[in-house]
Design a protein around this ligand. Structure first.
Ligand SMILES: [Fe+2]
Length: 205
């Protein structure tokens, strides 16, 4: 799958398209991980430990170092500047960014426990994968169904320009060029995973 062509669109259209594409990439990874764990228990297939480790790496580094900081620093900050009507919702979404990082750390801990031979370790890990997948899908759907429409209503053209610039740059907030290159590589591999469409609010598997 090729990247969306952002060059022919306005900064608003481009920024929204990039945010949705990053959500799709994250959704794809979570879907693949969730599906693998279901297959392990339903069809008694062997878990691919190296692939699980790569997926955890993607989910850990991409949202935490790339996607969420850009939402916090640009989209959400500018929306707060333009209206206070979104404050409660943005508080909730930003608290979810913190909660997501905690859940991710727990997921990695359970994976290490499973590798170390913890009793029922794979089952505990699979349960945590499911919880995190439901949480992440719900979070992204809230951003797309609630935050983006308000941003479209209140953000000004200059706001969209800086937001689009930030999302296009795929920037590492710490300014590390190698990490930036890694983001691009991860992003493309994540996009190329089998797709999982985000569903309307409240209609999870
Ligand atoms: Fe997001």
């Amino acid at each position: 799958m090729a990247d969306t062509d952002f060059n022919t669109s306005t900064p608003r259209e481009s920024a929204i398209a990039i945010i949705k594409e990053e959500h799709r990439a994250l959704g794809n990874v979570m879907h693949a991980l969730h599906q693998m764990m279901q297959d392990v228990f339903t069809h008694r297939t062997e878990p691919d430990q190296a692939l699980i480790a790569w997926m955890l790496y993607c989910i850990d580094i991409y949202p935490e170092r790339c996607h969420h900081p850009k939402e916090d620093e640009y989209l959400f900050r500018l929306l707060r500047e333009r209206t206070s009507s979104a404050d409660a919702m943005l508080d909730e979404l930003q608290a979810q960014h913190v909660r997501g990082a905690q859940m991710m750390a727990y997921l990695e801990q359970l994976f290490v426990h499973y590798l170390g031979g913890a009793p029922d370790g794979l089952r505990h890990f699979a349960d945590a994968v499911k919880s995190y997948a439901v949480f992440l899908w719900d979070h992204m759907e809230q951003e797309e169904n609630r935050a983006l429409p308000l941003a479209e209503k209140y953000l000004r053209p200059g706001d969209w320009q800086v937001t689009d610039d930030a999302f296009r740059a795929n920037q590492d907030p710490l300014g590390d060029a190698e990490v930036q290159q890694e983001f691009r590589r991860l992003r493309q591999r994540m996009i190329n995973l089998p797709p999982r469409k985000l569903k309307p609010h409240g209609s999870h598997d």
